[in-house]
Design a protein around this ligand. Structure first.
Ligand SMILES: Nc1ccn([C@H]2C[C@H](O)[C@@H](COP(=O)(O)O)O2)c(=O)n1
Ligand SMILES: [Zn+2]
Length: 164
């Protein structure tokens, strides 16, 4: 008899996003992203880190203090890295990301042609950046799906996947 308790597609691609996040050297928040095309092929992976050539022993990982002495002006977000690392046009693709995209990544996601964002954590819900992201995604018609343990079965059904 075949196994029935296999990962759904959503769990599988979110697991790849989490695996990518394990490459991040950010001591506070590690984010991973996985972009998938309509044929369910992975076309881009990324995690948050400093740009190529910027030594992560030299650049700051601090969250607070003088802006230029924090990570914020330097770090490339997981979603942008996944887009920049992608191997094909992203029109109609889905991005799986472990943390809801910020407003800067939302712009890049929309402009790249990605049509669906599947995310897990939304720990910055309610911040200005988060509100701006959601407004842009809504107006651009990008589908947002939060993948949680509770919603997982509903998501499977909504996406037409067989349950077990
Ligand atoms: N959707 C996101 C949100 C944030 N990031 C990155 C940027 C930083 O490296 C880190 C957030 O740091 P925190 O302010 O939580 O200490 O996560 C990302 O890649 N994608
Ligand atoms: Zn971002």
């Amino acid at each position: 008899m075949k196994r029935s308790d296999v990962l759904s597609w959503d769990q599988y691609f979110m697991a790849m996003a989490h695996l990518s996040a394990k490459r991040s050297k950010d001591p506070n928040t590690q984010v991973g992203a996985c972009i998938v095309n309509a044929q369910k092929r992975v076309v881009g992976l990324g995690y948050n880190g400093f740009p190529k050539g910027c030594d992560d022993d030299e650049f700051p990982w601090e969250r607070e203090g003088e802006f230029l002495n924090t990570k914020y002006p330097y770090v490339v977000h997981a979603e942008l890295n996944a887009i920049l690392n992608s191997i094909q046009s992203l029109s109609g693709c889905t991005i799986y990301v472990s943390l809801f995209p910020c407003n800067e990544c939302a712009k890049a996601i929309i402009q790249s042609g990605i049509r669906c964002v599947v995310y897990e954590s939304d720990k910055y819900n309610g911040t200005d950046e988060n509100i701006a992201s959601k407004k842009m995604f809504r107006d651009a018609g990008v589908e947002l799906v939060q993948l949680t343990y509770q919603t997982h079965v509903d998501v499977q059904v909504n996406r037409g996947e067989k349950q077990s």
